[in-house]
Design a protein around this ligand. Structure first.
Ligand SMILES: Cc1cc2nc3c(=O)[nH]c(=O)nc-3n(C[C@H](O)[C@H](O)[C@H](O)COP(=O)(O)OP(=O)(O)OC[C@H]3O[C@@H](n4cnc5c(N)ncnc54)[C@H](O)[C@@H]3O)c2cc1C
Length: 459
């Protein structure tokens, strides 16, 4: 019998160079769109590739943007991320930053508008955007990253760049280039993914007034009942007791907590309650299983909401999010690894490039619960955590910067990811202008540019 063929050799071939650019951003999520804009600020040639048909990444799956406000209620992220929200607000596609006792600040955004505004802003900044284009490999000269290989309907091509910024969320570029990467907690367990879905005809007024009026029946986590009496747009987290009853009645629910996010449109609510433990977001087989199982979970979650939660009696399914939301995959090992203690001690760093305040928020890799720990104030994100070990001409921004599993659970929310994008984009620009690698830039100059262009850093 023939032996099973396990490997084949891909023949070497000459690839067409699609473009040569100063700065190349890989991934068009919250960190990538802001990184590209920042890099293009004073006329450099900047390109961004994105594997999907739209920009926005996780900002298009029905999540509120968290992290603009700190634990003391002050705004700690401004600059280009704020300009992005301002553009959405002109279209009534974003709320103001609303204080929230559990999440510090929530900013509701309309996913469809995010896709269009991101595209408009990048085109206005002169960024060349290539959608439907997958990062497929790296072009190395020793430890020097000279560009990447892309794969699309046009086949395999190369893009050459002076600096590459990896904003894939999964550290795809860094990993392939040979940067040391880590995944998950000490036993490799990663936070589970969630397929978000939205419902229409939800009476969100009835829901909040029921919580405010009957707080002993509808128990919420951390957020006091009075909050729901005062706020028409909100995130509900809790109702563990009601879910327990539904489980005893035979429903299969994958989480311990009801999580409902009111939409910007009347009667719309986004549900953050599917959860598939053990999924590896860098493995297509595992991702496929995650999609399949989370779709199956929606049936009982929908039944639960309609039968047990006030305001959902007439709810109808509107849509599932365009993809399974991945909370955690690879993290690079960079020149500094942010740790749990940095978050909880409100660490300050000489090379701070952003300020964040979101708590440690770990959806447990197994079971259905979550751990939250607050520091009481803000912490800095150091530039060194965006600079990978071992590979030159590469920066990383977004959820896969250099952190531990615990610190990642705090810095991963979208406002800090956008702020990291801004810092990485401006750092790449400085590196190109000064003819140095990102690791060699003058960080004081970067901080000065961030401050003068409107970003917030502590004095
Ligand atoms: C279920 C869930 C709930 C969450 N809740 C909140 C919340 O309420 N508020 C909040 O602020 N944050 C929340 N987060 C966290 C937050 O959404 C992410 O951590 C954040 O979006 C990360 O931003 P990013 O730019 O690093 O990556 P992403 O948003 O993941 O964007 C990465 C982009 O890169 C593209 N890409 C990836 N690989 C490639 C490739 N190989 N080639 C080309 N393109 C590629 C992707 O298509 C995507 O557009 C949640 C996350 C999940 C999954």
């Amino acid at each position: 019998m023939d032996k099973e063929v396990r490997f084949i050799t891909e023949p070497a071939k000459a690839l067409p160079v699609r473009m040569t650019t100063d700065v190349l951003v890989v991934g068009g999520g919250p960190s990538g769109i802001i990184a590209a804009q920042a890099a293009a600020d004073d006329g450099l040639k900047v390109a961004l590739i994105e594997s999907r048909s739209f920009l926005g990444g996780n900002m298009t799956i029905g999540l509120p943007v968290l992290g603009f406000l700190g634990q003391k209620g002050n705004q700690i992220i401004s600059g280009l991320p704020q300009k992005f929200i301002d553009r959405l607000r002109v279209l009534d596609a974003a709320s103001e930053h609303r204080p929230c006792p559990l999440h510090m600040g929530i900013t509701l955004v309309e996913p469809e508008a995010v896709k269009s505004v991101a595209f408009d802003m990048l085109r206005e900044s002169g960024v060349e955007v290539l959608l439907y284009t997958f990062f497929a490999g790296v072009i190395m000269d020793g430890d020097h990253l000279k560009g990447i290989i892309i794969e699309s309907k046009a086949g395999r091509e190369a893009i050459l760049a002076k600096v590459v910024i990896d904003c894939t969320g999964d550290a795809d570029v860094a990993f392939r280039a040979g940067v040391p990467c880590e995944k998950g907690n000490e036993s490799g367990g990663m936070q589970p993914p969630t397929l978000m879905f939205s419902l229409g005809d939800v009476d969100t007024e009835k829901l909040r007034l029921s919580i405010a009026g009957e707080p002993r029946t509808y128990l919420t986590d951390f957020i006091p009942a009075e909050y729901f009496g005062q706020n028409r747009q909100y995130i509900l987290v809790g109702m563990r007791n009601i879910m327990q009853k539904a489980k005893e009645d035979g429903l299969s629910l994958p989480t311990e907590r009801t999580i409902v996010i009111t939409g910007l449109k009347k009667g719309e609510a986004w549900i953050n309650m599917t959860r598939v433990n053990g999924v590896d977001g860098t493995d297509p087989v595992s991702l496929t299983q995650g999609e399949l199982i989370s779709r199956q979970q929606i049936n009982d979650i929908f039944r639960y909401l309609v039968s047990y939660v006030p305001g959902f009696e007439n709810a109808r399914m509107l849509r599932t999010a365009p993809f399974l939301g991945i909370r955690e995959t690879r993290r690079i090992v960079g020149r500094y690894v942010m740790k749990r203690e940095d978050i909880l001690s409100c660490a300050r760093f000489d090379d701070a490039i952003a300020v964040a305040s979101y708590p440690i928020d770990i959806h447990h890799p197994s079971g259905g619960d979550c751990t939250l720990e607050w520091s009481g104030d803000c912490y800095d994100i150091p530039y060194r955590s965006l600079v990978p070990l071992k590979v030159r001409n590469l920066l990383v921004a977004g959820r896969s910067i250099s952190t531990t599993h615990e610190a990642m659970s705090a810095i991963r929310v979208m406002a800090p990811c956008m702020a990291m994008g801004e810092a990485a984009g401006r750092a790449a620009k400085l590196a190109v202008h000064d003819g140095v690698t990102p690791a060699e830039i003058n960080v004081a100059k970067l901080q000065n540019e961030l401050r003068t262009t409107g970003a917030y850093l502590r004095s």
